[in-house]
Design a protein around this ligand. Sequence first.
Ligand code: C2G
Length: 449
Amino acid sequence: MRKVITYGTYDLFHQGHFNLLKRAKALGDYLIVGVTTDNFDLERGKLNVCNNVMERIEAVRATGLADQIIIEEYIGQKIDDIQKFGVDIFAIGSDWDGKFDYLREFCKVVYLPRTEGISSTMLREETRKTIRIGVIGTGSIARRFVEESHFVNSTIITTAFNPDIEACRAFCCAMNVDYPCNSWSEFIKNIDAAYVASPHLTHYDYTKELLKAGKHVICETPFVFSKQEAEELYELAQRNNLILMVALKTAYCPAFNHLITLLKSGVIGDIVDINASVTTLLEEDSQKLDPQQGGGSMNENSCFPLLPIIRLLGTGYLNITFYSKMKNGVDVYTKGIVQYPNSIAAFQVGLGVKSEGNMVVSGTKGYVYVPAPWWKTDYFEVRYEDQNRNRKFFYPYDGEGLRYEIKEFISAVLGSASPFVKLSKTEIITIAMIQEQYIKDKSKVIVIS
Ligand code: C2G
């Protein structure tokens, strides 16, 4: 018996897929079809798959051409499968010409003619609307957002807004954005959604105006500095049937999410302690150190360590104490101690003090170590007393990592994903509340000289 194997995502199953499977089947007597898992596609940069793995498997099964369907979940699996199933021929479409020649060591490799004029990408574009995004603020994070948006389908950056039109023109020219704008009414006309990346203290007003104008919003961190403002904006979004998300990038990256699911499933037992640091050394004239512009380490960086603390230990903390080193009216370093009924957490944030940016989560059976920069999670280790049981986990973290949050935002706007699975309203409101507490309740802040 001659065994043939082929692989694919088979998203929005179409005639091109069918033709390929038919041609592959004709090469032998038994056809094995590998269907990628959702996670594997995410890892290999396919961020816009519409059908989930079950739907895609069903579509392949419905052709009646596959004698066996397997799932493909890791790089290197093709070699394992070929050996495991005793495969004679590996077949794939001609768009992959040459890419799988390395498999010739294990079996025959055949590149089959691809069907012209049809693709999943084309179908996605036909069936999906393109979301026109306007960028508010034209600094370095906005540049990265525009660059990363090119990796997410159904997304087009149509315009940028900055009251300083010269800065806006320079940004649009550098980033290839068509329409620089300093008129609010013009800006609003050309967008379905906006990315707010303006100075911190303007986030609340811009977000509110956008929601009132019927636009979806993804707002940079720090979102807003009070519980009441955060709640009010979420209510406004809900009333107007709009998506409001916060661009806390760590929350959307694949490795961080897997880390959380592992911890929640008890790999290190009960969590007793979390320690996470995020420090960045800045020039003294940075606006992030300007007290008039909401600068300071707590405002700037605390959302990052507070995310795993709140995600893993919840919102029911008993007490928080802050220890801050101040300079020119802002905290250049703050250590926060968060006390829970059965656990404790600590975080360090700094803009004028540098420290190791790792995270350690300690439990009753072992601990997790995430090396710096843990907030751009791509690797972590689960460690035990018996070192033979230690495990290392590697993931891709593509580009600047913003593509993951953009993908979630666009999926939510298009109605194919819930906006709060990866970062809940409660988590964001709690972070805003803690930042508010830091600003307003000075009895909780111990200043170190
Ligand atoms: N295909 C085709 N004609 C088209 C579109 C796709 O022949 N018009 C083929 C592809 O060449 C591939 C198969 O259909 O052999 C599945 O295509 P996709 O679902 O796009 O999967 P792909 O990203 O090519 O993944 O490990 C996965 C494999 O590397 C292939």
